[in-house]
Design a protein around this ligand. Structure first.
Ligand code: PEP
Length: 246
C-alpha cells in the first residue's frame, strides 16, 4: 500500500510573519495520516527548517540547479538544498517550463542533480489545454517523463511524479477524477515498464485541488496525494486537504 503524500507549493508567496503563522498552524494541525511537505521559496528554507525540525513535517525547494557548483549566478545547487535539510525539490513545474524555457532535458538534469545529493525530485509533467484538445495528452506526459527516466536510469524509481495539467493550475478548473486517473494510469504503466517498481512509486495530482475536491481525487486508486498551489497558502484549506489524504 502506497503512503499518501501532500506537498504545498508556495510559489513566490510568503513573508516571515505569514510563514511563521502558516507553519505554526500546520504543526498544530497534526497528526496527519499522510506525509506532508511544503516547498517554500529558497530564501525561507533555513527558517522553515528551523521551525519544522524535529517534527514529521517535511520541506523542500521549488527548483534546483542542474549544475554542482560554479559560475551560475542566482542558481541554488542540490548540495545547498541538502544542507538546508530539504527532503524534496520540485523540478519541471509548468511555470518554470513556460516562463524559464526549461526543456525536458534540463528538467531531467535537474532531477539527476537532486537525487545525487539525496534530495527527492518531484518531477512535474502535464499537458496544456491546446495539447489536450489536440488529443496529445498521453504523448506529451510520456515524452516529459521519458526524458527523466532515461537520465536517471537505475535511480528512476526514487523520484516522485506529479501530474499537473497546465490548464488546471491556478485556474480553479480541476481535472475530473476520471481524467486524472487516466493519465496516472499511463504514467504508472510507463514507470513500471522502465523501472519494474512503478506499483510502489508515488504519483501526485496537482491542479486546483481544494478542500471540497481533495477527498474524491485522493480516493482514486492511482492518485497518491497532491501537489497543492494556491490552497497551500491558507492554513485551514491546506490542513483540510492534508486530512483528506489517508
Ligand atoms: C501548483 O502550483 O503546482 C498548483 C497545482 O497550483 P494550484 O493548486 O493553485 O492549481
Amino acid at each position: 500500500m502506497r503512503r499518501k503524500l501532500v506537498v504545498g507549493n508556495w510559489k513566490m508567496h510568503g513573508s516571515r510573519p505569514a510563514n511563521a503563522e502558516l507553519l505554526a498552524a500546520l504543526l498544530a494541525g497534526r497528526p496527519y495520516r499522510a506525509d506532508v511537505a511544503v516547498c517554500v521559496p529558497s530564501i525561507y528554507l533555513n527558517e522553515t527548517a528551523a521551525t519544522l525540525a524535529g517534527s514529521d513535517l517535511r520541506w523542500g525547494a521549488q527548483d534546483v540547479s542542474a549544475h554542482e557548483q560554479g559560475a551560475y549566478t542566482g542558481e541554488i545547487s542540490a548540495a545547498m538544498l541538502a544542507e538546508c535539510g530539504c527532503r524534496y525539490t520540485l523540478v519541471g513545474h509548468s511555470e518554470r517550463r513556460a516562463c524559464h524555457a526549461e526543456t525536458d532535458a534540463l528538467v531531467a538534469a535537474k532531477a539527476q542533480a537532486a537525487l545525487a545529493r539525496g534530495v527527492t525530485p518531484i518531477v512535474c509533467v502535464g499537458e496544456t489545454l491546446a495539447e489536450r484538445d489536440a488529443g496529445q495528452t498521453e504523448a506529451v506526459v510520456k515524452r516529459q517523463l521519458s526524458a527523466v527516466i532515461t537520465r536517471l536510469a537505475h535511480c528512476a524509481a526514487e523520484m516522485v511524479v506529479a501530474y499537473e495539467p497546465v490548464w488546471a493550475i491556478g485556474t480553479g478548473r480541476t481535472a475530473s477524477p476520471e481524467q486524472a486517473l487516466a493519465v496516472h494510469a499511463v504514467l504508472r504503466a510507463q514507470l513500471q515498464a522502465a523501472t519494474g517498481h512503478g506499483a510502489a512509486m508515488t504519483i501526485l495530482y496537482g491542479g486546483s485541488v481544494k478542500p471540497d475536491n481533495a477527498a474524491t481525487l485522493f480516493a482514486q486508486a492511482d492518485i497518491d496525494g497532491g501537489l497543492i498551489g494556491g490552497a497551500s497558502l491558507k492554513a485551514a484549506d491546506f490542513i483540510a486537504i492534508c486530512r483528506a489524504a489517508h
